[in-house]
Design a protein around this ligand. Structure first.
Ligand code: 13P
Ligand code: SF4
Length: 351
């Protein structure tokens, strides 16, 4: 089965030549990642998508990444997500209706347009990026969130950060904002579960969202590792909890994690708090540099939605293109795309 798929993908890629480009996020499973022409974290993939000239961009990642590629590429280019079920559970934790509701509730006690910058993590639907574009806000990724917060505070005194509370809290902490000035906005409660006094005092309102993969990593995993390997180093993704980030030696995006371990000395041992496919891949790769790379959790923490993009779906999507048939196209409506592009461009200019 694997061999047949490999032959189908290679044959279709050869027939399409430069007309197609395959982009893959670092969490992509190994049997798909190996076909990628371009790889990266969310920020790098955004830049790459904006630069490529190919007719077809086949995105091996999750839905919001393909939407960003569609927004940033030209209108003649076509973006394809090989399996439309490849979503992001964190992105699904914030919806436009809930964010608009929060904005209206906030307007009862202050003027959000004057006082609050909405920031959406790139892990969100295009309509939320459009909301940010419309309301003087911006997009951020895990590699530029602190810089984006800094920019936001230069515009307005407060931030509404969605959907990932952990990235927002860690980035605010890096800017020196005390934890008690970063409050969770519980969208299931009236007024986010906060009093008007709390809202007036808060610098950052953190949407009650999280990544189900990264929430599995715990401070005790780090403690156990440090007891066993006192010279070992710990690196985590900022979607991990504040406690995990605080207990780590380094915190950063997937690209940052790869680069940091790549530049480290031979003989170092690393505990890594991010998705399993990435950790397994670099663990193999860095063996030749005599570095030991270990996964943080005893549990299997995989981005199961990204893993839906399998060789079968990739082969199917490419073969349809060979037959001039587009399947699983991701197309953001024009008006939404324009506003979302505004928020994304603000980010790309600052990054
Ligand atoms: P990166 O910004 O590191 O690509 O992370 C994206 C993501 O979804 C992590 O869960
Ligand atoms: Fe979304 Fe978490 Fe998967 Fe990243 S790892 S794409 S945040 S579900």
């Amino acid at each position: 089965q694997d061999d047949i798929c490999a032959q189908r993908i290679t044959a279709a890629k050869n027939k399409l030549g430069k007309r197609v480009i395959i982009l893959a996020h670092h969490y992509q499973r190994a049997d798909v990642y190996k076909y990628a022409d371009l790889t990266g974290d969310s920020l790098k993939l955004s830049y790459l998508a904006a630069q490529t000239n190919a007719d077809y961009l086949v995105f091996c990642g999750v839905h919001f990444m393909a939407e960003v590629a569609d927004i940033l590429s030209s209108s003649e280019q076509t973006v394809i997500l090989p399996d439309l079920a490849a979503g992001c559970s964190m992105a699904d934790m914030a919806s436009l209706s809930k964010v608009e509701h929060a904005w209206r509730e906030l307007a009862e006690i202050l003027d959000p347009e004057e006082v609050i910058t909405p920031i959406t993590y790139i892990n969100s639907a295009a309509d939320l990026k459009a909301f940010c574009g419309e309301h003087g806000g911006i997009v951020c990724t895990s590699s530029n969130a602190t810089k984006i917060l800094e920019w936001s505070f230069a515009q307005r005194e407060k931030v509404l950060f969605f959907p990932d509370q952990h990235l927002g809290r860690w980035s605010g902490h890096k800017l020196g904002i005390p934890l008690d000035e970063m409050l969770v906005w519980d969208f299931d409660e009236p007024m986010g579960g906060l009093t008007p006094e709390q809202i007036k005092k808060a610098k950052i309102l953190l949407w009650k969202g999280h990544c189900s993969v990264h929430q599995m990593f715990q401070p005790q995993h780090i403690l156990r590792f440090r007891n066993q390997y006192p010279d070992g180093l710990v690196i985590s993704h900022p979607e991990c909890s504040y406690e995990v980030c605080k207990a780590s030696d380094y915190v950063g995006s997937t690209e940052y994690i790869i680069n940091t371990i790549s530049k480290a000395k031979a003989g170092t041992r690393w505990l890594v708090g991010t998705e399993l496919n990435l950790v397994s891949r670099i663990s193999e790769e860095f063996k030749s540099q005599e570095k030991i790379v270990q996964f943080m959790s005893p549990m299997v923490c995989m981005c199961s939605t990204m893993a839906r993009i399998d060789p079968q779906h990739l082969a199917w999507a490419l073969e349809n293109l060979v037959n001039e048939k587009v399947v699983n196209q991701i197309k953001v409506p024009v008006d939404e795309s324009k506003l979302a592009k505004l928020a994304l461009t603000r980010m790309l200019e600052i990054s």
